[in-house]
Design a protein around this ligand. Structure first.
Ligand code: SF4
Length: 1010
């Protein structure tokens, strides 16, 4: 490509000041003379484009004084990329967003951390084509969604409902009235007495004397968050824990909990819930199941770039197994990329078939699997190890437990000498063992974990797996052989596609494929991520600790993290000689949080009824399959939630049912600290601080209302530990107040700056360039002698380790240290609280089912004419971005996607209106026919078909803002969601082990409307 043309096409805000483009000016001018309304554009080359923020002249970057370029973090999706925001100094308006070249989520390669700020602007220019190499981007969504900042439906003052819940009619109130009413309660709505937060927080009063394990009255407050956008630690550690409630949930149960829990089982950590991502850069073969990198997933943008690099300049071949053809597949790379269509929820059978074939044909890495301990791993200079040789007790009181000595060390059969030995003292154990052994004088019947996996995989024939999955057995064989043909630089990944009733075991099985080839911690294999710099607990401050911090205890409202067998209900039944099963409703001892069960559990009063709910940008009514069944419960304050407070800058489908709205800050107005959650092999911490003023109402100290300032004011009014005077204690013992968000976040930034080797001090020139002058006073006051180091981190949008830190030879530098669970003991010793059945401790095929084990098929939810509906993530839309008008220009609506042959058989043509009906509800949409979709399925893109955030009329102080049809347009698949009667009156269908909401594989019928 010619030099001049290439420069023009760079399309960056950094333009060359040379005459390189002049040769094209005439031609381009001819096509760019007119605006859309027939007026002349202001520039014949650049049309109406804004002026560039930086000009490159005489070898140096000159910043346009009309603009400031500030670092921030994008909240367009849960990736939370490091970005730069171009702000017009005169109007204060955001004009453009682009990537932060220091951030690994926006650039690859990313800049060395000590690169001077000015150079970080220069390298993005066309000079010597460095802009191509260093390109740093925001995706289409990230570049559009900032118009939310000024959306007409944005809430900037506290609101109190007038009329009935859900009518979307409100009156503005002062921040002080808000605090007073929610704290003290009273007859707030003329509907009777409402208990306030002060009365709910009684730490020494039990909820239920008969069931003391339910904990104190404070547990009757539940707080719902969403994805952690950088402030969750503050909400949880400072407010929720200080209040004394155990009840905080993020959005995981309606997002990807089946994936998270399956990986937690594989990594044997149901507390920390770690998870893995492929090392895309060096992967030789990648198997994506129920996820589509480059189309969705997290980190959305980074995965897309790494995959594109891997399939073109790298050696990667990959197969994507999904019901719909997405952007992961790429025709230009020929055989390197392949799409394997599968019906929704057919994935577990496919993977168990692959495991069967791999074991039968001995295509697994036996020498690796035989390594029984960390000691043997180190002696053999291996990268990871598994518990494949550990022995599982088959009978008696200890049934399901791993055979361990009194010190807790597993014993295995030494592969060399055939005798029972401490796993620490043998290099390799027997993989395939069944028999009787004696340890510390007691005899046990045992089987090795690997043998249990083998038996489980062999429980069905390949033909049966083919029939359950809908994938031909020859294809299963081919895929299993292909997967095991690339050594250990092989990745496996799955995500939202596993959100069906057997999704937990699906993920466990998918990960197990990786164990069979030994890919954990291996270059090109699977990584637990590069981690982060110490932030809230670091060198100078432990910001999650404070004097008199309570230790919340007791059963959670979602009945997660507690086994039914620990409850008084179970013990009472046993004491009375009754069969303790079934429990009144399911308990999920291995799940970490179930937002999707809060309303139904509170309505049932099991384990107890909530006094108040605070939702913070949560939106389960839009995001939860079957949420329509919850609306009646939310509507009536007496049924499930007596007091409902929503912290939200917009009134979404969920906050619409609240009693009060507390306006939050939006995007670049907020504080926060985030780190990537995968697909990065090196340390990274992104930080965000207000680079725009908030238009929100102010507290008496001048601080704008936001989540942070709200919990501070609430905490102070309640007298909670950790707020106000002496709320922050340095590691040196020095005490500071916690009255404003900056007093905490700037100290977290200080920890990041000082973590390990402290970052350099910033120069005055960089303070100017980063627009940090207004922060100098606060930095000096809060960070003292470290203020220039904190500013250095702020100017770069965070702190990022170099790529050189990623590998040590063939292994990853940051390795997962514990054993992979071929057999998971916690799982294998847990029982279903409804049936009393012990769960399989190894991956196993189960047909789609309700929590009590009844088959979905036998329940008559579908028939020979029905299809299986599935939801797929959008590469443009996302649930929290409805209020972006720009985004609507990129993707106006969503459709009912259907295979053209299946449609033909029903006489449906492209563009026809159809009704999609399930046993849980129906939706109406426009049918979009495509070839790239499994013929038995119906696909619906997630993100449109809204009833909040400006989609419906909003009444404030008697004035109406009319809802926009564009925001209502499209289809919301979750209205088709099913109930599970074994989970209470309005319990929604979920995974039978872990409780994650089931939105995939819903049986539906299609009806023509015209
Ligand atoms: S992937 Fe796009 S929308 Fe998501 S955080 Fe990054 S730039 Fe924003």
């Amino acid at each position: 490509m010619e030099e001049g043309r290439r420069r023009f096409l760079l399309g960056s805000g950094v333009v060359a000041g040379s005459a390189a483009v002049v040769g094209y000016k005439e031609t381009l001018g001819a096509v760019a003379l007119l605006k859309d309304k027939g007026e002349r554009a202001k520039d014949s080359i650049y049309g109406e484009a804004a002026e560039p923020e930086v000009r490159f002249e005489s070898g140096r970057a000159l910043v346009n004084p009309k603009y400031s370029i500030r670092p921030s973090v994008c909240n367009g999706c849960t990736t939370h990329c490091g970005i730069r925001v171009k702000i017009n100094q005169e109007s204060g308006a955001v004009e453009r967003v682009f990537g932060n070249p220091y951030s690994l989520l926006s650039s690859d390669p990313w800049l060395p951390y000590n690169t001077p700020l000015k150079e970080s602007l220069e390298v993005l220019s066309a000079q010597k084509e460095s802009g191509l190499h260093h390109r740093s981007t925001a995706c289409a969504r990230g570049n559009a969604v900032y118009d939310k900042l000024n959306d007409s439906f944005r809430v900037t003052k506290p609101l109190k409902r007038v009329g009935k819940r859900g009518e979307n009619a409100w009156v503005e109130i002062s921040p002080e009235q808000l605090i007073q009413e929610i704290l003290e309660g009273g007859n707030l709505f003329g509907e009777g007495e409402v208990e306030g937060l002060r009365s709910i927080r009684q730490l020494d009063k039990l909820i239920d004397e008969e069931n003391p394990e339910y904990g104190s009255s404070a547990n009757r407050l539940c707080v719902l968050g969403t994805a952690d956008e950088g402030r969750q630690v503050v909400m949880v550690q400072r407010f929720v824990q200080s209040f004394g409630t155990v009840n905080f949930m993020g959005h995981t149960s309606i997002c990807g909990l089946s994936m998270r829990a399956g990986e937690a089982a594989y990594l044997n950590d149901f507390v920390g819930y770690p998870h893995l991502k492929p090392d895309f850069k060096n992967c030789k073969f990648l198997l994506n199941i129920g996820t589509a990198p480059a189309h969705a997933g997290n980190p959305f943008k980074r995965q897309a770039k790494l995959l594109a690099q891997a399939r073109t300049t790298g050696e990667c071949r990959y197969v994507t197994v999904t019901p719909i053809l997405a952007n992961s597949d790429n025709i230009a790379v020929g055989e390197r990329s392949r799409w394997l269509p599968i019906a929704p929820s057919g994935d577990l059978a496919l993977v168990m078939g692959m495991i069967r074939l791999i074991i039968e044909e001995k295509r697994y890495l036996a020498d690796y699997l035989a390594i029984p301990s960390l000691e043997s791993q180190k002696a053999l200079e291996e990268v990871s190890f598994t518990n494949a040789t550990h022995l599982i007790i088959q009978k008696g009181e200890k049934e399901g437990q791993i055979l361990k000595d009194s010190q807790g060390s597993p014993w295995v059969i030494d592969a060399k000498e055939g005798v029972l030995r401490d796993s620490k003292s043998v290099l390799r154990g027997e993989l395939d063992f069944a028999g009787e052994v004696t340890l510390e004088g007691v005899s046990y019947e045992v089987k090795s974990a690997f043998l249990l996996l083998k038996e489980s995989a062999l429980a069905y024939t390949l033909e049966e797996y083919a029939s359950f999955s809908g994938i031909d057995s020859k294809e299963i064989v081919h895929l299993a052989r292909e997967f095991t043909s690339y050594g250990r630089s092989v990745g496996v990944d799955c995500h939202g596609g596993t959100m069906h009733t057997t999704g937990f075991y699906t993920t466990y099985a998918v990960m197990m494929l990786g164990a069979l080839v030994g890919n954990l911690n291996h270059k090109g294999g699977m990584s637990m991520g590069g981690g982060k710099f110490e932030d809230f607990n670091g060198e100078a401050y432990n910001l999650i600790a404070y004097p008199n911090k309570p230790k919340p205890q007791g059963a959670r409202i979602d009945r997660a993290r507690m086994a039914y067998e620990k409850t008084s209900e179970f013990k009472r039944k046993v004491a009375q000689g009754e069969n303790p099963y079934p429990a009144k409703a399911p308990w999920y001892g291995l799940a970490n949080a179930l937002e999707s069960d809060v309303i139904t559990n509170s309505e049932e009063g099991y384990p107890y009824k909530l006094g108040a709910l605070i939702s913070w940008c949560a939106n389960f009514i839009y995001g939860q399959s079957g949420s329509e069944h919850l609306l009646e419960s939310l509507k009536d304050p007496k049924r499930a939630i007596p007091l409902f407070i929503a912290i939200d800058p917009f009134i979404n489908e969920t906050s619409r049912w609240a009693d009060y709205i507390v306006p939050d800050s939006v995007m670049y107005e907020t504080w926060g600290v985030v780190s990537p959650w995968g697909a990065s092999l090196t340390k990274a911490s992104h930080l965000r601080y207000p680079i725009l003023p908030s238009p929100n109402a102010k507290w008496s100290n001048g601080e704008p209302v936001s989540m942070d300032s709200f919990i501070i004011e609430l905490g102070k009014a309640l007298g909670l530990p950790g707020f106000g005077k002496n709320g922050i204690v340095a590691k040196s013992g020095e005490k500071f107040p916690f009255d404003r968000p900056e007093e905490l976040y700037l100290r977290a930034f200080e920890n990041i700056a000082l973590s390990g080797k402290a970052v350099p001090e910033i120069s005055d020139e960089e303070i100017e360039l980063a627009g940090l002058k207004e922060y100098v006073g606060k930095l000096q006051a809060i960070n003292g002698e470290n203020w220039r180091r904190v500013a250095y981190v702020m100017a770069r949008g965070g702190r990022f380790a170099p790529i050189e830190d990623a590998y040590k030879g063939d292994s990853l530098s940051r390795a997962y240290p514990k054993a992979i669970s071929i057999y998971n003991e916690a799982l294998g010793t847990s029982k279903n609280s409804l049936t009393g059945e012990r769960y399989s401790g190894v991956p196993r095929f189960y047909a789609p089912r309700f929590t009590d084990g009844r088959s979905l098929e036998e329940a008559g939810l579908g028939d020979s004419r029905s299809f299986l509906a599935f939801s797929y993530k959008s590469n443009v839309l996302s649930a929290p971005t409805t209020a972006s008008r720009h985004l609507k220009e990129l993707r106006y609506t969503t459709f009912v996607d259907m295979n053209s042959q299946s449609a033909k058989a029903l006489g449906i043509v492209h563009g026809e209106r159809v009704r999609v009906v399930s046993k849980g509800g129906f939706v109406i949409g426009i049918c979009r026919l495509r070839e790239g979709i499994h013929p038995r399925s119906i696909g619906i893109e997630h993100g449109a078909g809204r009833e909040g955030e400006g989609a419906i009329d909003l009444f404030i102080n008697g004035n109406v803002i009319r809802g926009e049809i564009a925001r209502r347009s499209g289809v919301n698949i979750n209205k088709l969601g099913l109930k599970d009667a074994s989970k209470g009156k309005v319990g929604t269908l979920s995974d039978f082990v872990i409780g994650s909401n089931a939105r995939q594989g819903i049986p539906v019928w299609i009806e023509k409307l015209s």
